[in-house]
Write a protein that binds this ligand. Sequence first.
Ligand code: IMP
Ligand code: MG
Length: 175
Amino acid sequence: MQTDIESVLISEEEVQRRVRELGRQITNDYAGRNLLLLGVLKGAVVFLVDLARAIDLPLQIDFMAVSSYGVSTKSSGVVRILKDLDSAVDGRDILVVEDIIDTGLTLKYILENLAMRNPASVKVCALLVKEKSRPEGIGADYVGFHIPNRFVVGYGLDYAELYRNLPYIGILRQA
Ligand code: IMP
Ligand code: MG
């Protein structure tokens, strides 16, 4: 499988070090709050389980699954909720955990949807943010790494549902 990877963009050690840093920062910022980590399935799962263990606070975990309409590889911004979260949002301090922000349109939809449900606060923690790719989208409050505009896989990110289990972030070899 490793032969499909052109190069390692972020090593396992770098990822783990940065996740621990983010966990410490979130621990400081959310002390005494009512923290709900909201993972966006499926890409954010690997990041979320490591991040949750790096946060030294009482917290709850929930998940949402969304899908863009259409088959285009470009994000349309029209999003369908495939699985809603189980928890009540009302009064919670929600930290949306995302794998990667490209256009930011998926996230924009999720944030607008959550805002209507009266949470105490909503912030975003994204492992990766692609450079110069958010014309009308939304940024993140916590960012693991800013990366160039390449298609990456690993640590939860997939190509055709594969490579999510790589412990590093890699650039996929072009077919
Ligand atoms: P956005 O609405 O354009 O921000 O779409 C973000 C979603 O597209 C992410 O949650 C990923 O599922 C997917 N995505 C965007 N860029 C990549 C990439 O480089 N590798 C894998 N998935 C990606
Ligand atoms: Mg995906």
